[in-house]
Structure formats: C-alpha cells, structure tokens
Design a protein around this ligand. Structure first.
Ligand SMILES: Cc1cc2nc3c(=O)[nH]c(=O)nc-3n(C[C@H](O)[C@H](O)[C@H](O)COP(=O)(O)OP(=O)(O)OC[C@H]3O[C@@H](n4cnc5c(N)ncnc54)[C@H](O)[C@@H]3O)c2cc1C
Length: 496
C-alpha cells in the first residue's frame, strides 16, 4: 500500500524505453495512476529484439552492467528479484589488434593484472593501481555526479563533495583519458584497451576527461553480466513489473503535443485523443520534447545543439559457421585509433578503417542461432546523422568491415551470411526519436558536459519531468535507470 497521499493523481509517461518503464514502476509505487504512451508497436525503445529466419537478435545494447539497478525496481514494486536471472561474465572482451596480436580480458581484476603483465608487458602492480584508482574515481565522483541533481547547492556542499574537491588532482578532470592512460601504461595496446572506455558513453578518448577512467571499475570491480534470456529480458522484466504495478502501457500512440496552461502541463495529445495529466514525464529525447511537443523551438535548440555522442551502423548477420576464436564481446581495433576519432568527431565522417565491435549472444544463449551457426551483431561507431551520404557510406563500410573480419577469422564472411539486415543513424533516429541517431544523447567530450545536460525537471513547467539517455545523468542503461530514480525523488519533493 502506498504511503503517499496522491493516490489518484494521473501521470503520463511519454516513451516506453527502459527509462520510461522504470519511471512508470517507481511512480506507480508512489501511488500515482500511471499511463505510458509509446510510439512504436513494441516497448523497450533501443532495447528491443527481433528475429531473422532462425536467428534472434538484441537490437541495441549488448553490455549489461549494474544489474542492481534493475533489481531495485523489483524491490520498489514489492516483488522478489529472483525471477530476473543473469550470470556474471568470466571474460569481459576479446581484443584483436591489426598486427594480429590477440588479447582476452578476464573479468577477475587480479587475473587481468597478471594477463596484461604477461601478454602486454605492463607490471601487474600498474594494472592493479589503475583499477584501484578507477574504483576511487567511481566512488568519489560517480556517486556525486550521477546519483544527484547538479542544480542543487546541497549536491556541492556535503562531505562527499568535499572529498571530491580534496582529490581533484587525482580525479584528472582537466586532462584527457588518452593522456592519462599514456602516463600510466607503457604499451600502446594497453592504452588503446583502456581508451576504448570513452566509447561506453559515445565519447572521444582524446577529448573526454580522464574521469572516464572510472568506467573500467564497472566491468572489473562490479562486473559485466549477461541476462539469461538475452538483453531483451531487461525490457521484458520491466514491462511485466510495470503491468503488475498497475501501469497502463499503450503502444502505437505517438504523443504529438503537450497542452499547457501557464506554468503547468494540462495533458498530452496523441492523434486520436487527449490524456489529462497531473504530471508528465518525458522519457524521449529532450530536444524533441521542447521543439516538437511544446513548439518551443529556441529552447529545444539549446539541447539540440549539444554535441552529440556517436551513432552507429549495425549489421545483424546470421552466420552459418561457428567461430571458436570469438567470444560474447569482441573488438577488432582500427590501425589508427586517433584518426578514427578525428573522423567521427571533427570531420563528422565515417572512418574508412573503423574499430569493429562484434557481439555474439548465441555464445551464451544457444537458442539465438541454429547449431554450428552464430548471430553476429557487427557494430561500428558512426558520426551522428547530419545528412551525410549514408547510401554511399553504408555499402562502402560494409565491404571494409567484412574484409577485415574475413582476414582476422580466416574465412570468407560474405559467403557465410544467411540472414542480414542493417540499422544506421537515420533508422535509429526514426525508430527511437534520438536526434541524429546518437546512441547516448550528447557526448561527454567536455569536462563540463555533465553540467550542460538537461536536468530531470523543467524550470518552465512545474509538473514536467525528464528522464532517459538525453538528460542527466546520461546515456547507457544504468544511467537511464538512474534518471528514473532522480525523477521519482523530484516528484516526491515537489508533490508531496
Ligand atoms: C546500437 C546501440 C547499442 C547500445 N549499446 C549499449 C550497451 O551495450 N550498454 C548500455 O548500457 N547502453 C547501450 N546503448 C544505449 C542504451 O540503449 C540507451 O542509453 C537506453 O536504452 C536509452 O533508454 P531511454 O529510455 O532513454 O530511451 P529509448 O530507448 O530511446 O526509448 C525512447 C522511447 O520513446 C519512444 N518515443 C519517441 N518519441 C515518442 C513520442 N513522441 N511519443 C511516444 N513515444 C515516443 C520511442 O519509440 C522509444 O521507444 C546502446 C544503444 C544503441 C542504439
């Protein structure tokens, strides 16, 4: 039973991605009457699945960290999280370097230190010290900036904040991740492995702050996981929890307009009807909320113009061959990592030699592909869509990618393709509403990026809130779930 007085107050959540579903669950547990309106005919947004012939694919995210954020939602909904089953990975990623060096990163931090020492020539102490600092950064700054509102003075005047100020030098706020990694590791390959963590939020290791060196703690300190049913299990579990919590989920209902009266939103309008609302939570791209739903072009532009994270081209391939040298997560690094990021962020162009991420969920979940076959999710980072000539870029990049994979794995990949489809910046944008098809909203290349993201509430409308990858604290499943927690706190504060 809810302890909150607003039992029958009506909340409309726009968008049924993970953040919208999580917000729905949280607000329903606070006693609100919640309806989620979703444009697509399926929930989950970027986190959805589809089949091609005998192959199943998770469409978007493939790396699952911080499962406790999903489990929290079970507890909030008064359920036991036991039905949400996942396993901790023993191996984090297999790396393939252009000179044919291969390196498999074990998840265990001591084992990682030993393996990097023996195969890449660092000392085990250097690696262990790096991971200890990664943890320190995560615990000092992560909890400060990710779990709290950056618009409140109290965030900056408390013991956690003072601890961060005292350690500013160690946090590396004003140097790049690459420069930090180069100052620690001897081998450029180790630098490249740890530089890659910038891409976990769609940023550039040569620009983003060394604070991002906290991300390896998520994988090696807390763990990388795989949901038993694949990533779609996260969406499925949240949908079930939302329904069990009394949330109404209405698909095929794109919201066209927010109706206002002074500083209040009175409700939302779809093609077919008007939904009255006491509170509205927008779980879609914030710039779309301003420009398209509120018609506030200027206000929307501020967020529209924040530099975007990377987008991606993803080929989903049913491959009629088993490849024992690959694992669940595989990276085939480009020859020139710096140039790749200059292309992506400065020239906004597709690199001709992109780093390739190959995810094969059938390694963990056999039913995802027929026997002796594999479901390949082949992703390359791409610039966010600004009208580049994708019809030329996509086939060219496909040819480069298949050539590289064929050389590395020793067989003609093209001839093993049984099923194929592609997702690219334009279709990512049209299917999820993320501007430019950016995977993680705006990028974190500037040390001030966290302060530029939109807050989780509106200062113009007192009953409008925001969650999801385009607002504070940022993109990726854990942060999108965290944004839902922040919205529920603000709602408590403002409406109790
Ligand atoms: C290819 C890819 C790979 C990724 N890899 C990872 C990964 O490995 N790990 C990780 O943690 N994260 C990853 N991410 C990022 C992660 O998927 C997102 O940060 C997260 O899913 C965002 O959730 P969301 O709720 O903010 O938004 P979305 O998932 O974008 O959901 C928004 C929803 O709103 C709906 N909508 C839009 N406009 C309207 C409207 N007007 N009316 C009604 N509904 C509307 C959309 O249809 C959509 O369902 C990846 C993303 C992609 C695309």
């Amino acid at each position: 039973m809810s302890i909150y007085p607003q039992k029958h107050k009506k909340v409309i959540v726009i968008g049924a991605g993970v953040s919208g579903l999580a917000t729905g669950i949280r607000l329903a547990s606070q006693g609100f009457d919640v309806t989620i309106l979703e444009a697509n005919d399926y929930p989950g947004g970027k986190l959805s699945e589809f089949r091609l012939g005998n192959y199943r694919f998770d469409a978007g995210p493939s790396l699952f960290t911080m499962p406790q954020l999903v489990e929290d939602l079970y507890r909030i909904a008064g359920k036991k999280p036991e039905s949400f089953r996942y396993k901790k990975l023993e191996e984090v990623c297999r790396y393939f370097f252009p000179d044919r060096t291969r390196f498999t990163a074990p998840a265990n931090p001591e084992q990682l230190a030993r393996t990097i020492a023996s195969e890449l020539g660092e000392t085990p102490e250097t690696v262990s010290r790096y991971l200890t600092r990664s943890r320190f950064k995560y615990e000092t700054i992560g909890s400060l900036f990710l779990e709290r509102c950056l618009r409140k003075l109290s965030t900056f005047f408390n013991h956690r904040a003072f601890r961060a100020y005292l350690n500013l030098g160690k946090l590396g706020l004003f140097r790049s991740l690459n420069s930090y990694n180069k100052s620690i590791f001897q081998n450029p390959k180790t630098v490249q492995i740890f530089n890659r963590y910038a891409t976990y939020n769609g940023s550039d290791p040569y620009q983003t702050s060394a604070v991002m060196s906290m991300i390896p703690h998520l994988e090696f300190g807390i763990g990388a996981f795989f949901p038993e049913e694949g990533m779609i299990q996260i969406t499925g579990s949240l949908v079930n929890l939302a329904k069990e919590s009394g949330v109404e989920l209405i698909l095929n209902s794109p919201v066209r307009k927010l109706e206002t009266n002074g500083n209040r939103i009175t409700g939302v309008r779809t093609e077919s009807r008007f939904y009255e609302a006491d509170l509205v939570v927008s779980a879609i791209d914030v710039s779309q909320t301003y420009s398209k739903l509120l018609g506030m072009k200027g206000q929307g532009d501020v967020y529209l113009n924040l530099p975007k994270s990377t987008s991606a081209i993803i080929w989903y391939l049913g491959i009629s061959k088993a490849t024992p040298e690959t694992g669940l997560h595989n990276i085939f690094f480009s020859h020139d990592y710096r140039k790749e990021f200059e292309d992506l962020f400065q020239r906004k162009a597709m690199p001709s030699d992109p780093t390739i991420y190959l995810n094969i969920s059938s390694k963990e979940r056999k039913g995802d592909a027929p026997d002796n076959s594999e479901n390949w999710f082949v992703m390359v980072n791409a610039p966010a869509n600004e009208g580049q000539d994708w019809d030329r870029i996509i086939p060219e990049t496909r040819a480069n990618v298949l050539k590289r994979l064929s050389e590395e794995l020793g067989f003609d990949v093209e001839s093993a393709i049984e099923e194929e489809t592609v997702l690219e910046p334009r279709t990512l944008e049209s299917r999820t509403g993320s501007v430019g098809g950016a995977l993680y909203g705006s990028n974190s290349n500037s040390p001030f990026a966290a302060f530029l993201r939109h807050a989780n509430y509106s200062s113009a409308f007192r009953n409008l809130f925001f969650c999801g990858g385009s607002v504070h604290p940022g993109g990726g499943i854990p942060l999108a779930l965290q944004s839902a927690a922040l919205v529920s706190e603000y709602v408590k504060e403002k409406h109790e």
